[in-house]
Design a protein. Structure first.
Length: 566
């Protein structure tokens, strides 16, 4: 018996919906969605059990699989606790080879023939079922996850199209999980760097439960004291021992950081005053080691060479923060065209296999080409920015960039209940009468996207009632530039000088880098324009910038590089 056609079509429709459901969600939302998606697969495929297995240590010699989510339509007890850290070879040599090649593997349990691995046999015996479909999720050439479906049907029940659809659903879910993990790791590393940089840390000590220094980590000070193997009471001067031990015990008990000052030995073996911050061990770390960040308080240490080293480190941090912010922005921008390509390819495959009309097939191909061109333009723009090449100034219409930017943030605005209005009263943003400007189309579009996203987030954080963002445009009095305005009814700019929001590292966001608007200013000014901010007379604020009108002649697109080019 095969899967009914209406269920197969429902699986396909569900896969098309997921690209919108999974975009930009955090860990808590993803965890709920993961359980819902696994349950939906089971319901649409009409199987009693579904398991989502993640492959851990996939590049090591001993990869394993662990259960991320499971669903059952029966009263049978869940088996999650027994599916943690299972060695991958336990699935069977043939199964592993097939799954790594990206091909689904069907296995049965037969008491006489024992046609599958002992692990799967035991799993099916415990579930009182006879068949198990393993559908691989491959990422970057590696087996990343497996969707397992346990049932009583034969191998013909799920045809190749149904398995590919489930594979597509699993791929989108796993990709979202991996992107969220990478983003959380990036944020954690950035927070740790900020703690170190803000404290001007010289070096750090790792201290175990016996108060022994098990590692010395250099930061500003390239040659910290050789304290590895010493007890903390042997490193600290006797007069400071009591306060240091008390602070360590407090951090271990309350799991909250503590700051203090004490005297200890320096790299020359002489007494030195240190300011210290003791951080508790990570809740996810298997080691219960404290980390003590130390800064030398002695004025004599501030020599010119050390100050130069600090400037170099801060400069590197600036570059890394800049590139990290840009990479994050472009990763989000690339998600939509890549997901669109995936969905269109799947639809194209279905239409070809069903021998549908040529016109519908060509429409799919055109959609794929549009998405590829968009992704390629984003990548080229990033490469040009990083390698300090000139901006690619071309003739383009204002309405094209505004429409593209609004479409890119549409899902986020709808999710947050924010209404975006494009004001066409001046005719500038009307498709029939929009003038052309001479700018870098991709980077200018990103400026508009950045301003729209900032306005949405500001309204959301302030719990603005009926948030509205208006995009409008006019021509200046000299008729040389177009003025584009992005206005909202949010909390406004709580600063005496609104222009300070364009300063590097200025941010009101807890996780922000404070360089997004600085990059926007750089892009606009390198195109012979200006960007400003002001509070509205009634409520909210307005960001507005100018773009040079296209004169009909090829203009000089050479632009000097500002510090943001780095």
């Amino acid at each position: 018996m095969a899967l009914p056609k209406d269920k197969h079509d429902a699986l396909l429709d569900y896969s098309l919906q997921l690209c919108h459901l999974l975009s930009g969600n955090g860990a808590k939302v993803l965890k709920t969605q993961m359980a819902n998606i696994v349950a939906r697969i089971g319901q649409l495929a009409e199987v009693p059990h579904v398991h989502l297995l993640i492959v851990r240590k996939k590049k090591s010699a001993n990869p394993s699989v662990s259960l991320l989510a499971e669903w059952s339509s029966t009263s049978h007890s869940l088996i999650g606790p027994r599916l943690q850290g299972v060695p991958l070879p336990f699935l069977g040599k043939e199964a592993v080879a097939t799954l790594k090649a990206g091909t689904p593997f069907f296995s049965t349990f037969d008491e006489q023939k024992n046609a599958c691995s002992k692990f799967i046999s035991g799993l099916l015996r415990e579930l009182d079922l006879s068949s198990y479909d393993l559908i691989p999720i491959v990422s970057d050439g590696d087996l990343t996850a497996i969707v397992g479906l346990a049932h009583q049907q034969d191998s013909e029940y799920l045809d190749s199209q149904s398995r590919r659809t489930i594979q597509l659903i699993g791929s989108m879910l796993v990709r979202s999980i991996l992107l969220d993990r990478r983003e959380r790791i990036r944020r954690r590393n950035h927070r740790q760097w900020k703690r170190v940089a803000n404290g001007a840390c010289d070096f750090a000590l790792r201290i175990d439960s016996r108060l022994e220094i098990c590692n010395v980590i250099p930061f500003r000070q390239e040659k910290p004291p050789q304290a590895t193997g010493l007890l903390i009471t042997e490193f600290v001067l006797q007069s400071s021992c009591e306060s240091v031990v008390e602070a360590i015990q407090s951090v271990k008990t309350l799991l909250e950081p503590r700051s203090l000052q004490f005297f200890a030995i320096n790299s020359s073996g002489r007494p030195c005053s240190y300011a210290a911050r003791i951080e508790p061990p990570s809740a996810k770390s298997g080691k219960r080691e404290l980390t003590m960040y130390l800064t030398n308080n002695d004025v004599e240490r501030a020599h010119a060479e050390e100050l130069s080293s600090l400037r170099d480190q801060l400069d590197r941090a600036t570059r890394l923060s800049l590139l990290g912010n840009i990479a994050t922005e472009f990763a989000h921008q690339l998600t939509q065209p890549l997901q669109a390509i995936t969905n269109h390819l799947h639809t194209l495959s279905m239409r070809v296999s069903r021998k549908q009309a040529q016109r519908s097939i060509i429409a799919c191909v055109n959609n794929i080409e549009t998405s590829v061109d968009h992704a390629a333009a984003i990548i080229r723009s990033l490469r040009d920015f990083v390698t300090n090449r000139r901006m690619s100034l071309t003739q383009t219409s204002v309405v094209k960039m505004v429409s593209h930017a609004v479409a890119m943030v549409e899902a986020q605005s709808e999710r947050n209940g924010t209404k975006i209005i494009v004001d066409e009263t001046s005719g500038i943003l009307s498709r029939d009468s929009s003038p052309d400007v001479f700018v870098d189309e991709v980077q200018t579009t990103h400026v508009i996207i950045n301003l729209l996203v900032n306005a949405i987030e500001a309204c959301v954080e302030a719990d603005t009632e009926s948030p509205i963002i208006t995009v409008s445009a006019t021509v200046d009095s000299a008729r040389t530039h177009v003025i584009v305005e992005v206005s909202d009814n949010g909390p406004g700019i709580i600063r005496e000088n609104p222009e300070s929001v364009f300063d590097r590292f200025f941010t009101t966001k807890s996780e922000g880098f404070g360089i997004g608007l600085a990059i926007c200013r750089d892009v606009i000014e390198r195109q012979d324009g200006n960007i400003h901010a002001r509070n509205n007379p009634d409520r909210g604020c307005c960001f507005y910038f100018t773009l040079p009108l296209f004169t009909g002649q090829v203009q000089d697109d050479s632009r000097g590089h500002s510090e943001h080019d780095e």
